[in-house]
Design a protein around this ligand. Structure first.
Ligand code: SF4
Ligand code: SF4
Length: 365
């Protein structure tokens, strides 16, 4: 696997993006009412082409974590070639591929191609599951989604037996509609063979169905407490890539920190968004994070030179604004980097790490 040790200097000097989220497309074959992406951002401009992606990825330097997003990323016909371009140019330690699981054959085909062609990266494929059975379909307003997601799960589980770099998991969006069903969802995910992670993401953005955001934070706390208990228990779900236990320890710290942040309505940690993280949408606009819509620039206007854009005056202005504004959010991705690259958090992470010592990192499939 590519080494994560090369990112240690970024604990002290934060100059370049090591976590990159790329919204590949705003197209989607589902219609989730809580989606913050396809509804209000469906763009009339052209998606970046493979050639454009090849060009800018060659200017990025190495990445610790490459996260694709959308839209449904598997709708891009050139997905494998896009991932290959990043693999060659940025040598990511972890590549995350989220999916709604609506197209089992296509997803299995692409994931196998990617796992085979990117052997030195941990390929993490996560299926969205927000309810069990018809609840899931109803919540996502997408008939048949649950059955297809389960078919996709079975296909990926079989693949994960053959590709050691492939790891599979579930993500659940916590929202008003399912906050009373978290136990049922967690119980169900516990029965899924081969599941190496179950994450619960608090709903974010400005969904058209605003009601979905009326969540009860104490119900969120109960759900994450249960995930924490499971992680410390006899049969924890845990990735099997190098440093997976450290990742799990950070998860334990992160979930409770997100709860406290939202409870206190303020940022409790420095945020490194725009310093070691960057987000790009499908037409090349670059942002510091997924929440703030202050663009640092568009890659097409910087001759596809990512570093030039990331170190531009406009990018500096955006970073300064983040520093001044002390905005806060619950976005899990930024808690990952804000914890792992902040030495003041290491005591807490080490404590959790010791609690997990001796826990297995490979689940039965
Ligand atoms: S599957 Fe994802 S991108 Fe598609 S509508 Fe649902 S939340 Fe949005
Ligand atoms: S606190 Fe959240 S919204 Fe603010 S810059 Fe960081 S990630 Fe973005």
């Amino acid at each position: 696997m590519f080494s994560s040790a090369r990112y240690i200097p970024s604990i002290f000097v934060k100059r370049d993006a090591l976590q990159f989220t790329f919204f590949l497309t705003s197209r989607c074959n589902a219609r989730c009412p809580f989606c913050f992406y396809w509804q209000d951002r469906h763009s009339q401009r052209d998606e970046l082409t493979l050639d454009e992606i090849e060009r800018f990825s060659a200017t990025m330097g190495n990445l610790l974590w490459l996260l694709f997003s959308g839209g449904e990323i598997f709708l891009r016909k050139d997905l494998t070639r896009i991932v290959q371009a990043f693999y060659r140019n940025t040598r990511p330690v972890i590549i995350t591929l989220p999916t709604n699981g609506m197209a089992p054959d296509l997803i299995a085909l692409r994931v196998e191609e990617i796992a085979a062609q990117c052997p030195r990266s941990a390929i993490v494929c996560k299926i969205s599951l927000d309810g069990v059975g018809e609840e899931h379909d109803h919540l996502r307003d997408t008939p048949g989604n649950f059955d297809r997601a389960m078919e996709t799960w079975e296909r990926l589980r079989t693949l994960a037996e053959r590709y050691d770099n492939l790891q599979i998991g579930i993500n659940t969006v916590f929202c008003q509609e399912n906050q009373d069903r978290m136990d049922e969802i967690i119980d169900f995910v516990d029965t899924l063979p081969g599941c190496e992670t179950h994450t619960i993401s608090m709903i974010r953005g400005n969904p058209a169905a605003a009601d979905y955001k009326h969540i009860d934070l104490e119900k969120y706390k109960r759900a994450i407490d249960r995930l924490d208990l499971e992680l410390k228990g006899e049969k924890p779900k845990m990735y099997h890539f190098t440093m997976a236990r450290l990742k799990s320890a950070q998860d334990l710290v992160q979930r409770q920190l997100i709860y406290r942040t939202m409870r206190q309505s303020r940022r409790l940690l420095p945020c490194y968004a725009g310093r070691i993280t960057a987000v790009m949408n499908e037409v090349g606009d670059v942002f510091p994070c997924e929440i703030l819509l202050d663009a640092m620039g568009n890659i097409r206007e910087f001759d596809y030179d990512f570093r030039k854009l990331f170190h531009s005056e406009q990018a500096d202005r955006v970073r300064a604004k983040i520093h001044r504004s002390r905005c806060y959010c619950s976005h899990e991705c930024y808690f990952v980097t804000n914890i792992l690259f902040n030495p003041l958090m290491y005591g807490q992470v080490a404590g959790r790490y010791l609690q997990l010592a001796g826990k297995g990192t490979k689940v039965a499939r």
